[in-house]
Each structure stands twice: as structure tokens, then as C-alpha cells.
Design a protein around this ligand. Structure first.
Ligand code: IMP
Length: 441
């Protein structure tokens, strides 16, 4: 029995979809605990590519329960499309469960997301435009609509009345030409969406706790990344949830002592979408090279991602705030063929060298990266073990592990499941229990 948490160790897009997919094989239940349709998890199975926004990647296996837990915000229009798309491609969604407490992203949240961004001008966050911030804001303000409200016309109507009054006022102030949102359109549509989703809705926290008592294996799948956490990330350039391991407890309804292992997924370099400080961003041609070779375009928005060198200062911060046990390094192959690689080991701030990650965006934006240079490697073949990697790649991995002080348990060298060290020789499963690179190696 094990309860494993997978989190993004950077600014999202670390390749969590693939790692979750690998680990999900051994899990009975896969749970998403925060975020919403701002996430886009890409999983490649054979030649087929699946892009998931709400539904945990575990759905691609036939026998798993896949849970959208309380801490998530659900856009029923998007989720309905996602379910129908999976069904069309022959994937069963019978194992899907959605928390009755999950908050609903409404059309006015998407509109307000855009308005808030416009108002911030140059300081805009660069959100995914999915209404995530306004939905979590309503949740905190206690005026949000929850999944179970979609089954009760009276309750839904009353909540809509309160919200439409306020939101229409705001929208018409900032967008005088915009049409008002109408009760007579929204109420029947959201009741209808509620009926569509109803078979999947349940008390998911109870299901999870019960499964724990039965000794089931549970995998908690984080979306976004630790540096986008609303408390510990680069505020305000963050998302509105807690994509860190601590988010599992509040987002899925379990106690902290139930978590057995935390695995942080970290790309061999760094990317970021949207605004905000990014000390190791590469402005030269090599940044474009990484973007093209790594296919660094947003799954949800298609936006080109900003690309940069690996930042070990940021990574160590992430390791610590998540209490990570080990790292999964992804996309190592993308760095092949670059003769010299830079790795950031400190920042220079006001003439002093610092090794602590400042979460004040203003300070971080004034930090200069201090790099070491490492030898690159020509090419990574589809090898299965650490010792068959080119020497440069071995050194690179050792450097990461020794700097952050935790081992590496998974190394991914390509998009496919079998392009993962140890996958062929040992069979799939229990990746979380392995050590590919130890800190004392
Ligand atoms: P929001 O979550 O749409 O409000 O966006 C807030 C910030 O988080 C923006 O910088 C987004 O680009 C970023 N973000 C949100 N979701 C993801 C994701 O899944 N991957 C990478 N960045 C994300």
C-alpha cells in the first residue's frame, strides 16, 4: 500500500502527465486535488496522444477510479467535452468520480479573468483565461457555486441571482458593449450540465479515506507547479490554488500523515508560460532551439513557452516546500547536441550572492543567475539504465541530485512510456521505489 504524490517542481509543464501515467499502472485510484481546466496533461500511449484538462491521466487504464477532488474547480462545459472525446475514442469513463464540493467555473468567471488581465496592463499575469482566479475568488468569498448545487434548481437559481447581479454590474462597467448574462439562459444550461455529470458525482473524500482503510494504492496528481503556488510561488504571477504536496490534504480531504512519498517532476531545463520573473530565461537563439525541440507550446492555450536553463536555486526551494522524497527528471534528451550547458547555482542580488529563492516577485526580477557550465552530450540512445547514458548526462543528473539533496527516481528520455530508464529491464510499476541517481552516488 502506498499513497504517492506527484507534483510539478517548476512553473508547470514539467511532463507530469507521462510520469503520472507510468505510476498510475500500480495505483487503484488517481486523484487530482487542485486547479481546473488551466491544466493540460499530455499523455502519449503508442502513437495516440491524449490531452486531458480535468480528468486524471489514470483514466487511460481501464480499471482505475479517477477522482476530481474537492480542491478542484470544474468547468462543466469543458469537462463534458473531455468526457465525450474520451468516449468517442473508446476510453471508458465509468471510473470517473467528481466531488460534490468542487466549485464550478461559470461563464462570468472566464469573462472576469479577461477583464482583470486587461486592467493589469503590463503587469498582467498571463493567465490561461479559463476563469480560474475569479472562480477561486468566489469560493473564498463564499459566493461560489458547487457541483451539488447543479442538482437543485432552487439553490442554483438563488446563487445565480446573487452572482449575476454583481457580475453583470462589473462586466457592463468594464465592457459596456457586452451582452448581459441572463438567468433564463444560464439556469437551464447548468441544470442540464448537472444532469450530464450527475452519474459521476460523489463524496470523493469519503471514497479516498475508505480506500486508504482498505490498503489501496492512491496516486495524487498535481497540476501546474510549485513555483505557481499562491503562497510559495512567485506571487502575483501564480495560479490561485496550491499545486504543492500540502495541497493534497486540503484538496482531497486526507491527513498529512497519510502521504507516503512525494515525487517532484522537474524538466532538465526550465520553462514558464505567462508573465513573471524568470531568472534563467534564455533570450538568445538557444531558447528557440529548446522550444522547438521540446515542443514547448502550451497544451491549453497553445502559447509559446519561455525557455531557460535549469535553475537549481528554484528547484531546491521547490524540493523543500514540498518535502519531496525524490525527483523525476524529464526531457533530458532535449538537451542533446548542445555542447555546453549552463546550470544556475546561485543568484546575485544587490551585489551579494544568495542561494535562497526569493518569492517576492520584485526581488526575484532583480536577481541575476550565477551559472556553472557543464559538458553537454551528443545524443541519448533509447537506453534503459543510468550507466548507458553519455557521461555528460550522468554528470548533469548527479549535479542536480547533489545540489538539492534528494535522489532521482525516474529519468525520462523521450515521450513514450518505454523511453524511461528502468522501464524495459524491470517492467513497469513501482518507479517510486527506485533510485536511479543517489545523492551520495
Ligand atoms: P491561471 O491558472 O489560468 O489563473 O494562470 C495563472 C498563471 O499560471 C499563468 O502564468 C499561467 O500561464 C500559469 N499556468 C496555469 N496553468 C498552467 C499549466 O498547466 N502549466 C503551466 N502554467 C500554467
Amino acid at each position: 500500500m502506498a499513497n504517492i504524490v506527484i507534483v510539478g517542481a517548476q512553473w508547470g509543464d514539467e511532463g507530469k502527465g507521462k510520469i503520472t501515467d507510468l505510476l498510475a499502472e500500480e495505483a487503484d485510484i488517481v486523484v487530482r486535488f487542485q486547479g481546473g481546466s488551466n491544466a493540460g496533461h499530455t499523455v502519449k500511449v503508442g502513437e495516440e496522444v491524449f490531452r486531458l484538462h480535468h480528468i486524471p491521466s489514470g483514466i487511460l487504464y481501464p480499471d482505475k477510479l479517477c477522482i476530481i477532488a474537492d480542491g478542484m474547480v470544474v468547468d462543466p462545459e469543458v469537462l463534458k467535452e473531455e468526457i465525450e472525446e474520451l468516449q468517442k475514442r473508446g476510453i471508458s469513463v465509468d471510473g470517473l468520480r467528481i466531488s460534490e464540493n468542487a466549485h464550478i467555473v461559470m461563464p462570468y468567471h472566464r469573462i472576469l479573468d479577461g477583464i482583470w488581465e486587461e486592467r493589469m496592463g503590463k503587469g498582467r499575469i498571463g493567465t490561461t483565461g479559463r476563469g480560474i482566479g475569479p472562480c477561486y475568488a468566489d469560493k473564498s468569498a463564499r459566493v461560489g457555486i458547487r457541483m451539488s448545487d447543479l442538482f437543485n434548481q432552487e439553490v442554483l437559481e438563488e446563487k445565480l441571482r446573487i452572482n449575476l447581479e454583481e457580475k453583470n454590474l462589473l462586466i457592463s462597467y468594464y465592457r459596456p458593449q457586452a451582452e448581459k448574462l441572463k438567468m433564463e439562459e444560464l439556469l437551464p444550461r447548468y441544470l442540464e450540465l448537472g444532469e450530464f455529470l450527475r452519474p459521476y458525482v460523489a463524496n470523493t473524500s469519503l471514497i479516498i479515506r475508505q480506500a486508504m482503510k482498505e490498503g489501496k494504492n492512491i496516486l495524487f496528481e498535481g497540476a501546474q507547479g510549485a513555483l505557481l503556488d499562491i503562497n510559495y510561488g512567485t506571487y502575483p504571477f501564480v495560479t490561485s490554488s496550491h499545486p504543492i504536496a500540502g495541497g493534497v490534504c486540503v484538496g482531497a480531504g486526507i491527513g498529512p500523515k497519510e502521504i507516503d512519498k512525494v515525487i517532484g517532476v522537474c524538466k532538465a531545463y526550465t520553462t514558464r508560460v505567462g508573465g513573471g520573473p524568470f531568472p534563467t530565461e534564455i533570450k538568445e537563439e538557444i531558447g528557440n532551439l529548446l522550444r522547438e525541440r521540446g515542443d514547448e507550446y502550451g497544451t491549453t492555450t497553445g502559447r509559446p513557452r519561455r525557455c531557460g536553463w535549469l535553475d537549481l536555486v528554484a528547484l531546491r526551494h521547490s524540493v523543500e516546500i514540498n518535502g519531496m522524497d525524490s525527483l523525476a527528471i524529464t526531457k533530458l534528451d532535449v538537451l542533446s547536441g548542445i555542447p555546453k550547458l549552463k546550470v544556475c547555482v546561485a543568484y546575485k542580488f544587490e551585489g551579494k550572492e544568495i542561494q535562497q529563492f526569493p518569492t517576492d516577485a520584485n526581488i526575484l526580477s532583480r536577481c541575476q543567475p550565477v551559472y556553472i557550465e557543464m559538458e553537454g552530450w551528443e545524443k541519448i540512445e533509447d537506453v534503459d539504465d543510468f550507466s548507458s547514458l553519455p557521461k555528460g548526462a550522468q554528470e548533469y543528473l548527479r549535479k542536480i541530485s547533489s545540489y538539492v539533496g534528494i535522489p532521482i527516481s525516474i529519468v525520462s528520455i523521450g515521450a513514450r512510456r518505454e523511453q524511461t530508464l528502468g522501464w524495459k529491464s524491470k517492467g513497469r510499476g513501482y518507479f517510486w521505489d527506485r533510485i536511479v541517481v543517489d545523492t551520495v552516488d
